[in-house]
Design a protein around this ligand. Structure first.
Ligand SMILES: [Fe+2]
Length: 505
C-alpha cells in the first residue's frame, strides 16, 4: 500500500464506530477484496451488496483464515463516499467462505447509490448500484442487458466492457456463469481440468471467474440478476447428485449478490423470482434445473456426434404427462404471475430457449433435449397462461451461444399461433461448435418463425423499453479471444405493444 493510502486508511479505520462482531482481524499483506464488489436483486427500495474477504483467492479458504472476520460496509449518495446514509458491521464467516451479503431496503426508488467495504484497514473499490423504478409514466424508460454462458477457457469477457458503455439499469445473466469444463479449450486455463465436485472445488472455480477484470468491473458498476443453468450446478433433478448440488448452490450463493440461501448444506434453493419494474415490465426469472425431469431420454439416438448427443430422435418419452421443466410449485407460481401481470410487458427469462425449433436429420425428426422442446406438456401449460395474461408477452433466453429473434405468431407447429416473441442472446465467450451449429443452420429453412439467427458472434442483447415500445439490439464481439476486441451491432428489432411480431429497424 502506498504511504498516502496507508495513512488515509489508518485515519478512517480509527474513525470507525465500535464493532461488536467477529474476532481480531489478521494483518492482510494483500487486499482482502481481490474478488471485487457486486450488487444485485434490486427492488424499488433496495438491493443486495456483496463482497468476499479473500486475500489469496486461489488458495483453499481464500487466505482469510478460519475465524469470523468483521467487515464494515457503507452506502453513500455520492461517488466520493462523503454523504454516507447507511453503514454497519457484519461478520464474515468461514462457513460461507467469508462472503458478505448486505440486504438493504427502505431506500428511494430509481436512485443511484455507491458503496464500499472495509476489513483489516483495507478498503474495497467503490461500487455503484441503483434501485428499480416504482412509478412509471409514458415517458419512463428502462434499459437492461441479457447475456449468459461465460466459459473462462474460451475467451475474454470483453463483452462486459460494451455492456457498461450502454449504461444499462441492470444486467440479467441467464446462467452458465461458471463452466465445469473447458471442452478441451486451452486459450485460458481453469485452475484444474477436473470438473468441480466438492464445495472447496466449486469455491475455487467461482473465485477464478471473479478474478476476471471485465467481469469484476461490470459487477462494480451495474447491479446483476443471476440465474442458474447446467454448467453452474448439475444437469437435472436427480437423487444421485444431491451432495454435488448442495456444494454448487452454496458456492454460487457465496459469490453472487443474491438473497434467499436457506441454510448450510441445503440442496434446494428457491431461485425463481419476479423483477417488477412498476407498470412497465414484470420479468419472471425461471429455475429450469432444480426441478426438471430427467434429461436422459430417447437414448436410441445412434449419432452421438450430432449436437454432442443433445439432438435426439423424437420419442414417446418426451410427451409423458408428468414430465416437467419447472416442477409443480414453480409452474403454479409462473402461471399465477403471468395471469396477474399488471405491466405493459409480461416477460419470462428462461435459461434455455422456450419456443420450438423444427429439427430434422436424414428425414427423422429430432428434439433439442437441453431446453423446452423436451418438455412440451409443461410448455403448453405456460402458453395457456401467456395467452390469458395481460401485457405483451416476451421470452428472453440464452443457452444457445448464438443470437435468435423468434416470432411465434407465425409458428405453425405448436398447434397454435401465439403473439409471443423470443430473443435468445449469445454467450459472453462460450463457443458454438459445428456439431451444434450445423444442424441448426441446415434446418433454418424449416423454421420460418426464426427471423434472425447469428451463430458467429459472442455478445449480448440490449433491451430498451417504454410502455409502448420494446427495442432489442443484438451486439456481437468481433473476437472474444482479443482482450480489446471491438463490438458490432448485428441487428435491431422493434416491438409495438399493441401488435404481434416485431420489425427490423
Ligand atoms: Fe452455456
Amino acid at each position: 500500500m502506498k504511504r498516502r493510502n496507508f495513512i488515509l486508511s489508518s485515519l478512517l479505520a480509527a474513525a470507525l464506530p465500535a464493532r461488536s462482531v467477529g474476532s481480531p482481524v489478521p494483518k492482510f499483506k494483500r487486499s482482502p477484496f481481490s474478488l471485487g464488489v457486486a450488487s444485485g436483486d434490486c427492488t424499488p427500495d433496495g438491493f443486495v451488496l456483496w463482497t468476499r474477504v479473500a486475500p489469496n483467492p486461489m488458495e483453499n479458504g481464500g487466505g482469510a483464515g478460519f475465524a469470523d472476520l468483521p467487515v464494515f460496509w457503507e452506502l453513500s449518495l455520492d461517488p466520493q463516499m462523503k454523504k454516507i446514509i447507511r453503514s454497519g458491521w457484519v461478520s464474515a464467516s468461514p462457513k460461507l467462505a467469508h462472503s458478505v451479503h448486505i440486504d438493504l431496503s427502505g431506500l428511494e426508488s430509481n436512485h443511484v447509490y455507491w458503496y464500499r467495504f472495509q476489513c483489516g484497514g483495507h478498503f474495497s473499490r467503490i461500487g455503484k448500484t441503483k434501485t428499480l423504478p416504482l412509478e412509471i409514466n409514458n415517458s419512463s424508460k428502462i434499459k437492461f442487458v441479457t447475456t449468459s454462458c461465460q466459459n473462462y477457457t474460451h475467451g475474454y469477457f470483453v463483452a462486459y466492457e460494451y455492456m457498461l458503455e450502454d449504461e444499462p439499469d441492470f444486467i440479467l445473466h441467464l446462467g452458465d456463469y461458471i463452466y465445469d469444463t473447458s471442452f478441451g479449450e486451452t486459450f485460458r486455463r481453469h485452475e484444474t481440468e477436473d470438473p468441480p465436485q466438492s464445495l472447496a472445488e466449486f469455491r475455487l472455480r467461482h473465485a477464478l471467474y471473479k478474478t476476471d477484470e471485465h467481469l469484476q468491473n461490470a459487477h462494480a458498476k451495474v447491479p446483476f440478476f443471476t440465474m442458474i443453468d447446467n454448467h453452474d450446478a448439475v444437469e437435472d433433478n436427480s437423487t444421485e447428485t444431491t451432495v454435488k448440488r448442495a456444494a454448487a448452490y452454496q458456492a454460487w450463493y457465496e459469490h453472487m449478490p443474491v438473497r434467499g440461501y436457506p441454510f448450510l448444506g441445503a440442496n434446494e434453493f428457491s431461485l425463481h423470482r419476479n423483477i417488477k419494474i412498476g407498470r412497465l415490465a414484470e420479468i419472471k426469472l425461471l429455475d429450469c434445473r432444480q426441478f426438471r425431469s430427467i434429461r436422459e431420454i430417447c437414448d436410441q439416438n445412434p449419432q452421438s456426434s450430432l449436437g454432442f448427443g443433445n439432438f435426439r430422435h423424437k420419442c414417446d418419452d418426451i410427451f409423458e404427462k408428468n414430465r416437467t421443466m419447472l416442477g409443480r410449485a414453480q409452474t403454479d407460481w409462473l402461471v399465477d404471475n403471468l395471469k396477474s401481470n399488471l405491466a405493459s410487458w409480461n416477460v419470462i427469462a428462461s435459461p434455455g430457449p422456450f419456443l420450438p425449433f423444427r429439427l430434422e436429420n436424414e428425414k427423422k425428426e429430432l428434439r433439442y433435449i437441453g431446453a423446452w422442446d423436451a418438455y412440451p406438456e409443461n410448455r403448453q401449460e405456460i402458453l395457456n397462461a401467456i395467452e390469458r395474461g395481460p401485457g405483451h408477452p416476451l421470452v428472453l433466453s440464452g443457452d444457445m451461444h448464438s443470437f435468435w429473434a423468434i416470432d411465434a405468431s407465425e409458428d405453425t407447429f405448436l398447434n397454435r399461433k401465439t403473439e409471443l416473441i423470443e430473443f435468445v442472446s449469445s454467450s459472453v465467450s462460450a463457443n458454438w461448435p459445428e456439431p451444434l451449429s450445423k444442424p441448426v443452420q441446415v434446418n433454418l429453412k424449416n423454421n420460418k418463425q426464426i427471423k434472425f439467427y447469428n451463430g458467429e458472434k459472442r455478445g449480448y442483447f440490449l433491451h430498451e423499453l417504454n410502455t409502448n415500445t420494446w427495442i432489442a439490439t443484438a451486439k456481437g464481439v468481433l473476437n472474444a479471444k482479443d482482450r480489446k476486441s471491438k463490438i458490432v451491432q448485428l441487428a435491431k428489432f422493434q416491438v409495438n405493444k399493441e401488435k404481434p411480431g416485431f420489425k427490423k429497424i
